[in-house]
Design a protein around this ligand. Sequence first.
Ligand SMILES: Cc1ncc(COP(=O)(O)O)c(C=O)c1O
Length: 392
Amino acid sequence: MDTDRWLEDERRELEQAGHWRSLRPTMSAPAGRVLLDGREVISLASTNYLGLSAHPEVVRACNEATLEYGTGASGSRLIAGNSHLYEILESNIAAILNTEAALVFSSGYLANISTIPPLVGEGDLILSDERNHISLIEGCRLSRAAKRIYRHCDPEHLKELLADSSNFRRRLIVTDGVFSMDGDFPPLAEICEIAETYDAMLIVDDVHGFGILGQSGGGVVDYLGVADRGIIQIGALSKAVGGVGAFVAGSKSLIDLLINRARGFIFTTALPPGTLAAASTAIDIIRSNPEFRYRLFANVHSLRTRLSEAGFQLLPNETHILPLILGEAKTTTQFADALLSKGVFAPAIRPPTVPDGTSRLRITPTASHTREELEKALEGFIAARIATAGFC
Ligand SMILES: Cc1ncc(COP(=O)(O)O)c(C=O)c1O
């Protein structure tokens, strides 16, 4: 087989569709500004939404744990890697979410692909929102359960798809909490009712809402007042918490089952001590100091208002993710390049991450941005529109 030729053909195909991606060196701590290809630009692309990855207390906790316990975990959790720092972190997570227990995974991707297969398999049925994150979709595939896709955030359609589901052994509804590319969230109160009526389990993957939404930062489940409805919650340590990793939170019996059956928990090396200590400290800060969330939403409100006044049509939502849909992948990449040339980084999000014809900029102001940076960002958008002949 001529591997090089085949790889070249694949590359050409992706390039022609405007879908080719490549890596860029980013050399500074992610905050309001980043060093990209050696040049300082304003970043509107970070998921370090609260800026906690560079918070002095978080960095200190990471350093101290690293000095004391070393850089690695020395094994998987069920063998040699179950640091006591996991227990501290998991009880912190369970406390902020008011659940019986929580279990940390090494990433959100792993948490999602590992949590669904222990819950459902052949003879069971999964109901999945059409815009769910790819890791949930992969988790559904791995489970081998039957799958029905309901229209985005549409409880009526979900109900229709459940109507004749009584012959399945178990039913599982799966949805993003905050949809990562649209910034909207599902009508969870209605979905909980449907789950109860049809005796279905419900997973909410709230990696983008955890730490941000709700009275104490518990996420969308907290924000929508459904924390007491038995939802299996998945959240991230890699977004608002500013580090890496994720968790599943719910009943003790759920967590015990995952410890025994979740392959992406069992068959992988545990997280480093510094990562665990940093995440615990960041969650303490989120719980005790709402100031970071207030600052984030002040910045989100300000940038949304200023961009809208300038004629940019952002998708409406109540969250911190501002989607600007530009349509075709090539057009969106041209706009993102023009924006970058004006000193503002908000890369093009293209298929397969989003559906064809809905390529976009996913604009994420953070708590770290200053007013001046947001004003400069706005000027960048206006200049980029002129430079690209005004296609948005
Ligand atoms: C909705 C959603 N779930 C899961 C993930 C995966 O999380 P992680 O980056 O921790 O692997 C992402 C990635 O950003 C996501 O947007």
